[in-house]
Design a protein around this ligand. Structure first.
Ligand code: NAP
Length: 331
């Protein structure tokens, strides 16, 4: 179930027993809206182009675009199935079509159904890495992971992952079935994983997939004012993109931009290089709808960050300097 090593890109293994993947994956959330419009043809093209460039980890979820995201990933990988590790997740739903992922359902029966539906939409006979999208507080994690373990035994899933789980949940899950990867937000401006989550996965030999590595685009420097965000842009609901928070965060990005400029890099490249330097077990999955930005992001793999520069970046985006919580407040 492992693809061959990517032709050009350095690889990283997800955990002691997980699949080997390109050191940067492709996050597909933005390919069905969320950050603005994109045609299905362009979305499929970006995924195919990523595979051409040696990306072997493609990350989607069953609720993205109400299932359309998995369908387009399926179209993109058709005929090239062996070249990619497909990662998707179940256990989280939207309460209404197009709504935010607000319903967590980790019951074994729901996870089995969700996995089968993902297999159908992706048009594949197995999913390489299947994440429990969120741990359901109403269901023992052992029961949810037990259902995923059965899917592994049935050959429908290659490896099990967790998403945004706590250290205790990771331990409990890993004692039921080996967990190959934990996917959690991690970037210059979101470092909550460093305190206890990263040490836990390192101790257990679990890989770490860093989602939202570009801070939903903020760390790329392209956003200057909150007013630039379109009507349907999901960042409008995120506190860090609002009002004075935006302005304060933008000041940090200004400094990131200057540091990048001095090195002949883009802010996105510097932000990704910093993340890649956190450890060989960290695999960031930046998302983009653009071929050019994809190539730009992949070039971060060639950047070697001197220790003093890395430290400056670490100190620039400390939690007390970043304005606003990372998630919208749910009412
Ligand atoms: N497990 C979870 O709970 C969870 C949660 C969130 C996300 N994820 C996964 O993580 C992936 C990455 O997160 P994300 O896509 O939300 O955020 P991200 O990777 O931090 O940022 C994506 C944003 O950055 C822009 N961008 C990318 N490269 C750029 C560049 N070089 N220059 C300028 N702008 C650039 C994109 O715009 P364009 O498209 O216009 O280039 C998009 O608006 C998702 O796709 C998804 O697969 C998982």
């Amino acid at each position: 179930m492992n693809p061959v090593d990517p032709p050009d890109l350095p690889g990283r293994r997800l955990g002691d027993a997980g699949p080997r993947v390109s050191a940067l994956g492709l996050g597909c959330l933005g390919l069905s809206g969320g950050y603005g419009p994109v045609s299905e043809a362009d979305a499929v093209d970006v995924v195919r182009h990523a595979i051409d460039l040696g990306v072997t980890l493609v990350d989607t979820a069953d609720f993205y675009g109400d299932g359309r995201n998995e369908e387009l990933v399926g179209r993109a990988v058709a005929g090239r199935r062996d070249e990619v590790v497909i990662a998707t997740r179940g256990g989280v739903r939207t309460a209404r079509p197009g709504g935010p992922p607000s319903v967590v359902d980790g019951r074994p029966v729901s996870l089995r159904d969700a996995c089968h539906a993902s297999l159908r939409r992706l048009g594949v006979d197995h999913i390489d890495l299947y994440y429990l999208g969120r741990v359901d507080p109403a269901v023992p994690v052992a029961d949810s992971v037990g259902a995923l373990a059965e899917l592994v035994q049935a050959g429908k899933v290659g490896h099990i992952g967790l998403s945004e789980a706590t250290p205790d949940q990771v331990r409990a899950a890993h004692s039921v079935h080996p967990v190959s990867a934990l996917e959690t937000e991690y970037s210059l401006w979101e470092r909550h994983a460093e305190a206890a989550i990263l040490p836990t996965v390192r101790e257990l030999g679990i890989g770490f997939v860093a989602h939202t590595p570009l801070g939903k685009g903020m760390l790329t420097g392209v956003l200057r004012y909150p007013g630039e965000l379109g009507e349907r842009d999901m960042r409008r609901n995120h506190p860090r993109f609002q009002g004075t928070n935006f302005a304060r965060n933008r000041e940090l990005v200004d400094e990131l931009e200057l540091m990048a400029l001095a090195r002949g890099l883009t802010p996105a490249q510097l932000a990704l290089a910093w993340l890649l330097a956190r450890g060989d077990d960290v695999v960031p999955i930046p998302g983009t709808r653009s071929r050019d930005r994809l190539a730009e992001n992949l070039a971060a793999l060639r950047v070697r960050l001197p220790a003093d520069e890395s430290r400056r970046l670490t100190e620039l985006f400390t939690a007390d300097r970043v304005a606003g919580p990372r998630l919208p407040v749910r009412r």
